[in-house]
Write a protein that binds this ligand. Structure first.
Ligand SMILES: Nc1ncnc2c1ncn2[C@@H]1O[C@H](COP(=O)(O)OP(=O)(O)OP(=O)(O)O)[C@@H](O)[C@H]1O
Ligand SMILES: [Mg+2]
Length: 398
C-alpha cells in the first residue's frame, strides 16, 4: 500500500530522532486520516509512550483538549501532554502494546465464542463512553480501530477524539466512519430509519420511514455505534457497510430486523432483543445506562450448540468462523458428547454408516420438535476403532 506524502514527510522528520532530552522516536506505528503515530521511549521515566502527530489546526486543538480533559478514566488512553513540533503538534499518549481492538478481533480472534471476555471488554468500552457522556462529550467515531488494547486484549482503552463534540444536537452529517454511524448521523438526504418489529405498536405497518432534515443526537449515535461494535466483538462480523437503503444488508435488516439477526448470527434471544433496542429509531433507542445494565446481566450471548445446529447455514457458518463453534470444529469431544446428549443421543445413531475408505460420517437426527438435524463428522474406523470413532464435528454446511 502506498504511503501518504504527509506520513512520509513525518517519518523523515521524526523516525529515530531525539525529540527532547528524554524522548526518542523508536518506531512508526500507524497513520490515520490526519497524521501519523509513533512509538517513543521516555528514557527519564523508562517507559514506552506514543506520539500522535498532526498538522497544527483548530481540529487538533479541539481533539487534544477534549482527550486531555477525559483521559483520567482507566479505560481512556492517557494523554500526558501536548508538544509543539514546528508546523506540527503532537499528543504524548500511553502506549497500548496490544494495538487496536480491530486487530485483536480480526487478526487474533481474541474474544471468539467467549461471552465472559466479550462482556468484560464491552463493559470497559461502555464505561469509557459513559465517562465521556457524563462530561457532556460525545465521541462520534466509536469503532474497533479507535479502541486500543493491552497485550492480551483483557484491558481496552478508548482513543481518537477527532470527531468528538460537546453539542447535544448536531447537523454535522456523514463525517467519520460510515459503517458505525447511525442513520441520523449518516445524513438527512439518505436517511432511512429501521422498522423495529420489537415495538410493533410504534410501527403499525411495514414501511420505510421517510427522510427528515433534522439534527441527530450524538449521544444516541454513540449507542448505535456500540451496537455495530458489539457484533464485531461477538461475531467477528461487520453487520453492514452503511446504514442506508443502498446497502443490501441494511435494507434486509430494515425489512425485518429480528428475522435478519436470527438468520445471520449465533446469538441468543436476549442478545438479539438487546440489539433491536440499540438499532432503533433515535427516540426509542436504549440509553447507555440501560445498555450497561443489560450487558452486565446477560449470562452468555450465544445460542446453545443444539440451537446452532438447528439454525440457518449462515448462522452455523458464523458460529464456526468466529463464534462458539470454533472449539467444536476442532474436535472437542466433551462438547460433542454434550451436543449429542442435548439431542437425547448417547451413542452414534445407527444411520451413521461409514466404511474404511471414507473419513467422515453424516449424522442425521431428529430434534424433539421433529425437525431434521444434520452433522458431518470427522471419524476414523480402523482395527483399533471397529465402530466409527468421532474426531471432530462440523455443521451440515460442510
Ligand atoms: N496509544 C497508542 N498505542 C498503540 N497504538 C496506537 C496508539 N494510538 C494510536 N495507535 C495506532 O494508530 C492508529 C491510529 O490512531 P488514531 O485512531 O488515534 O489516529 P487517527 O489519525 O485519528 O485515525 P483515523 O483518522 O483513521 O481514525 C490506531 O488504530 C492504532 O493502531
Ligand atoms: Mg482513529
Amino acid at each position: 500500500m502506498s504511503i501518504a506524502p504527509h506520513v512520509h514527510k513525518l517519518k523523515l522528520k521524526l523516525l529515530r530522532k531525539q525529540i527532547d532530552d528524554d524522548l526518542y522516536v523508536e518506531e512508526y506505528l500507524a497513520h490515520g486520516s490526519y497524521g501519523a503515530v509513533f512509538r517513543v521511549s521516555d528514557r527519564y521515566n523508562r517507559r514506552q509512550l506514543v506520539l500522535k502527530v498532526m498538522h497544527k489546526s483548530s481540529r487538533w486543538e479541539e481533539e487534544s483538549t477534549l482527550h486531555y480533559f477525559l483521559s483520567k478514566h482507566p479505560n481512556i488512553v492517557t494523554l500526558h501532554e501536548n508538544i509543539e513540533l514546528g508546523d506540527y503538534a503532537a499528543s504524548l499518549l500511553d502506549y497500548c502494546p496490544g494495538g487496536s481492538l480491530h486487530d485483536m478481533i480480526y487478526a487474533r480472534a481474541a474474544y471468539a465464542g467467549d461471552s465472559a471476555s466479550i462482556r468484560s471488554a464491552f463493559l470497559q468500552i461502555i464505561d469509557a463512553v459513559d465517562h465521556c457522556h457524563t462530561n457532556y462529550v460525545y465521541h462520534r467515531d466509536l469503532k474497533p480501530l479507535n479502541v486500543l488494547c493491552n497485550e492480551d486484549g483483557s484491558k481496552v482503552f478508548l482513543t481518537d477524539f477527532g470527531l468528538a463534540t460537546r453539542d447535544d444536537a448536531s447537523h454535522e452529517h456523514s463525517h467519520g466512519t460510515v459503517a458505525y454511524m447511525s442513520p441520523g448521523m449518516f445524513g438527512p438526504m439518505k436517511r432511512v430509519e429501521p422498522i423495529v418489529t420489537y415495538y410493533p405498536e410504534c410501527y403499525p405497518e411495514k414501511h420505510w420511514c421517510s427522510t427528515k432534515i433534522a439534527p441527530y443526537s450524538p449521544e444516541a449515535n454513540d449507542v448505535w455505534s456500540l451496537g455495530v461494535l458489539f457484533l464485531d466483538l461477538a461475531c467477528g462480523d461487520r453487520i453492514w457497510e452503511s446504514p442506508n437503503a443502498g446497502d443490501e444488508r441494511y435494507r434486509k435488516f430494515s425489512e425485518d430486523p429480528s428475522a435478519f439477526l436470527r438468520s445471520e448470527y449465533p446469538l441468543n434471544d436476549h442478545t438479539r432483543l438487546l440489539l433491536l433496542r440499540i438499532f432503533s429509531p433515535e427516540r426509542y433507542r436504549i440509553s447507555l445506562k440501560a445498555l450497561r445494565e443489560e450487558i452486565y446481566s446477560i449470562d452468555g450471548f450465544y445460542l446453545s450448540d443444539y440451537e446452532i445446529a438447528s439454525s440457518t447455514p449462515q448462522v452455523q457458518k458464523n458460529a464456526v468462523k468466529y463464534g462458539p463453534w470454533t472449539d467444536l470444529a476442532d474436535g472437542d469431544y466433551g462438547r460433542l458428547a454434550g451436543v449429542l446428549h442435548e439431542c437425547g443421543v448417547e451413542n452414534l445413531p445407527s444411520n451413521s454408516d461409514t466404511d474404511s475408505s471414507t473419513d467422515f460420517v453424516d449424522i442425521s437426527l431428529t430434534t424433539p420438535q421433529n425437525e431434521p438435524f444434520h452433522f458431518r463428522s470427522d471419524c476414523i474406523k480402523d482395527e483399533e476403532h471397529p465402530t466409527p470413532y468421532i474426531t471432530g464435528l462440523y455443521p451440515s454446511i460442510y
